[in-house]
Design a protein around this ligand. Structure first.
Ligand SMILES: CC(C)(COP(=O)(O)OP(=O)(O)OC[C@H]1O[C@@H](n2cnc3c(N)ncnc32)[C@H](O)[C@@H]1OP(=O)(O)O)[C@@H](O)C(=O)NCCC(=O)NCCS
Length: 198
């Protein structure tokens, strides 16, 4: 979204800045990691696609993103490019057009050396604040893969409560299985001989 395109949020450990084309090469390098692709449920993109993604993040009204900068590195290297202090990103998606008060939050501290120092926590807190005060959000969700313990623990510490969503992906084998299990089921008119409800 365009709302945050000229906003910098200054925290203690992190500085949040809008995602611009300047950040794309580093971001693209990060996302070559198969581990990060798995943890963030992302598909690998070409550099071109990554630039297109950055533009869509900026332009689409239902997405808000900030790049997470390591505040200590930024302070130690004034005048250096932001690329050298990039630690990750934090995003909000307005996932439900029928409920504009709901935001899905995602965070990634991609630089391994930046993890475990509270950067993820502060980035999420700052994004929650932005969501509440600037976007009018009152409900947040975080979708985390099962087994991603660091992330589950972090969101629990941030007062997120766990619900269980069981998901069935209707792949072709699953579809065949469903058809086999239900091969006895017949579809018929509800009332024989009439098409109108009585
Ligand atoms: C999950 C992630 C964002 C955590 O960021 P971080 O900056 O390293 O986390 P913090 O230092 O703020 O830690 C906050 C809490 O998270 C939990 N945590 C973080 N790293 C952990 C680890 N390796 N093992 C277990 N718990 C961990 C702890 O409860 C920690 O609190 P504590 O230090 O008081 O014990 C980061 O590991 C990451 O980006 N992972 C890959 C991407 C991902 O999984 N994103 C989530 C999808 S929404």
């Amino acid at each position: 979204m365009r709302l945050n395109q000229n906003i910098l949020l200054l925290g203690k450990k992190v500085v949040l800045v809008p995602y611009t084309s300047e950040h794309v090469p580093r971001y693209h390098e990060w996302m070559k990691s198969e581990e990060l692709q798995r943890l963030t449920a992302s598909e690998p993109l070409t550099l071109e696609q990554e630039y297109a993604m950055q533009r869509s993040w900026r332009d689409d009204a239902d997405k808000c993103t900030f790049i997470v900068l390591d505040a200590a590195k930024r302070q130690a290297q004034p005048g250096h490019s932001e690329e050298s202090c990039m630690a990750g990103d934090v995003n909000l998606f307005l996932t439900d057009p029928g409920d504009p008060s709901l935001g899905e939050i995602e965070v990634m501290i991609a630089e391994p050396s930046c993890r475990g120092q509270g950067l993820g926590t502060e980035a999420v807190l700052m994004m929650l604040l932005y969501g509440v005060t600037r976007l009018g959000l009152t409900k947040f969700e975080a979708k985390i893969g099962q087994g991603n313990e660091p992330s589950i623990r972090m969101f629990r510490k941030l007062h997120f409560e766990q619900e269980v969503t069981l998901r069935l992906m209707m792949s072709e084998p699953e579809r065949q299985w469903l058809l086999e299990q239900t091969s006895h089921v017949q579809e018929k008119p509800y009332r024989e001989g009439t098409s109108e409800p009585c």
